[in-house]
Design a protein around this ligand. Structure first.
Ligand code: NAD
Length: 493
């Protein structure tokens, strides 16, 4: 079914709009989810004409589609004709009056029934001002149409600033109208975690503290900071990856089973899950969290973080975080979750490893100390997508000796190409009013509170950086975190 709506994109000339939003909207149009009854107003400071805006939108589609071999028919132009540009300074009230007039005209012209999506593709410091003016200047429709607000990360830099940001928009939009994008939640392998856990008797019955020894989450990047130094110097790996993406994955892996798979039940369980992560004292942070910053590689061909363009010579920003979290959700009470993310690591890979317990006596050996290998379920998220299940079986030897084998499933390149881009799926969900894959304020708030304890502890101490070689898997302390518990990282390239 198609959905009628007017999109008002603040930051319409920006990078996010160009690289992600216009191609995603085009895909929805190409697939018929957006038909002729939609319109987009792009706003930003630049004085663009509608004609110029159409050219930009078409070039965004072309740039995004180049690899997929899309034929250059006239669909992009038909699509771009639905776009209108309104030059706008977010602080200027008069501009909201003009915006409202244009919005009302387009609502009438395209018969949009008052459905509006406000997409804030701009820095968060503008969110409160925009949300306030949208309400004061009556851009929010009343009647049967919907008003939805989509916002991007970063959602604050700690709990107090996130709360301030949330308060600044909640005067104009209710929680159910706010769609906070965490693009990891738009990725199919992340969405499939719930299906794997709750749609299979095999895993459903084993997902408990009786059977799971530990959970490991790795978001490893092989690249360095590239051209994002300006942003990264103010954020670091904790704010960039842990508070949002990793904590969302933690809650999907540790939440209790919802009675019904719908957005409200699911989010309720996810909120409980993040609230049941143990809060650490400062001493516990020192024991359970490791930070790092990359130095040169062993052949000195790659720059240390501090020597990259745009970074401070004495930067104390972390490019690596590892930590041990403990869940107190009833089913997994006490199970450790080891998390790890970093730049310039050995290999790019996002994966989750579920390590099962290995308490059974090995009846196949006379030696009581000879343990069987543990069973491990690996969810491959990026760049590979699929699963590996590691289990023991008899191999072709005399007698009865067991060895591990790997049952592998990987999506093919063709299958991966058919999966919609995260933004396409998320915008479609927002159009449908489906909040399954968006973060609730309570999840965001609690994740910040957990991270703030770590951040505050770190900020009081000067780190000894750089402390890992580019191309390695991070500082030694990240391995020690597991070794001291008698464990090791499953992903060890
Ligand atoms: P950008 O700098 O490319 O674009 C910012 C936009 O805001 C531009 O259109 C600019 O004209 C407009 N703008 C700035 N000040 C304005 C003002 N006073 N009045 C009116 N318009 C104004 O930034 P971006 O990369 O598109 O990112 C936008 C937001 O999305 C940021 O908060 C960013 O952190 C977030 N984000 C971006 C990406 C991405 O891939 N680019 C990914 C995730 C999150």
């Amino acid at each position: 079914m198609n959905q009628k709506a007017l999109f008002i994109i603040f930051g319409g000339t920006g990078d996010l709009a160009y690289r992600k939003l216009y191609p995603a909207l085009f895909n929805l149009y190409e697939k018929g989810y957006l038909k002729e009854d939609f319109a987009v107003i792009g706003t930003a400071r630049r004085p663009w004409s509608n004609d110029h805006y159409h050219e930009v939108v078409m070039s965004a589609i072309e740039d995004a589609g180049r690899d997929s071999g899309r034929t250059n028919d006239d669909l992009p132009r038909k699509f771009a004709n639905h776009f209108y540009y309104q030059s706008h300074n977010v602080d200027d009230v008069d501009h909201y009056v003009a915006l409202r007039k244009l919005a009302d005209e387009l609502d009438e012209k395209y018969q949009l029934e008052g459905n509006r999506i406000f997409y804030l593709a701009m820095a968060p410091r503008f969110f409160g001002t925009i949300a306030g003016h949208l309400k004061d200047q009556q851009l929010l429709t009343d009647g049967d149409g919907f008003n939805r607000l989509i916002i991007e990360k970063p959602f604050g830099r700690d709990y107090p600033s996130a709360k301030e940001l949330n308060d600044s928009i909640s005067g104009s939009f209710k929680e159910e109208q706010i769609f906070r994008i965490d693009h990891y939640l738009g990725k199919e392998p992340i969405q499939s975690i719930a299906g794997l856990r709750f749609g299979n008797a095999l895993f459903n019955s084993l997902w408990s503290k009786e059977h799971i020894d530990n959970i490991q989450i790795t978001l490893a990047e092989s690249l360095g900071v590239e051209e994002r130094a300006g942003y990264y110097e103010t954020a670091g790996a904790m704010r960039d990856m842990v508070q949002n993406h990793i904590m969302q994955i933690v809650s999907l892996l540790t939440m209790e089973r919802p009675d019904v798979f719908d957005p409200s039940h699911l989010r309720e369980k996810k909120i409980e899950a993040v609230e049941n992560i143990q809060m650490y004292s400062k001493e516990e942070v020192d024991q359970n969290f490791v930070r790092g910053q990359y130095g040169e590689d062993e052949f000195k061909t790659q720059l240390a973080y501090r020597d990259e363009e745009g970074t401070d010579d004495n930067s104390q920003i972390e490019t690596f975080v590892a930590g041990k979290l403990i869940t107190h959700n009833p089913s997994l009470d006490g199970v450790p979750i080891y998390i790890r993310t970093g730049k310039r690591l050995t290999k790019k890979s996002t994966q989750v490893n579920i390590v099962f317990k290995n308490n059974d006596k090995n009846i196949f050996s006379d030696n009581p100390d000879e343990k069987l290998e543990t069973n491990v379920l690996t969810m491959h998220i990026e760049p590979d997508q699929g699963f590996t299940l590691e289990f023991n079986t008899k191999t072709g030897n005399q007698g009865y000796k067991l060895s591990p084998v790997h049952l592998r499933y990987r999506k093919t390149a063709a299958e991966k190409a058919r999966i919609p881009d995260a933004y396409e799926g998320l915008i479609r969900d927002a159009l449908a009013g489906d909040k399954t894959n968006f973060a609730h304020w309570h999840e965001v708030a609690q994740a910040w509170k957990i991270m703030d304890v770590v951040r505050n502890t770190w900020d009081a101490e000067t780190p000894d950086f750089p402390n890992y070689v580019s191309g390695s898997m991070g500082p030694q302390a990240a391995d020690d975190l597991l070794t001291r518990d008698g464990r090791e990282w499953v992903f060890n390239p």
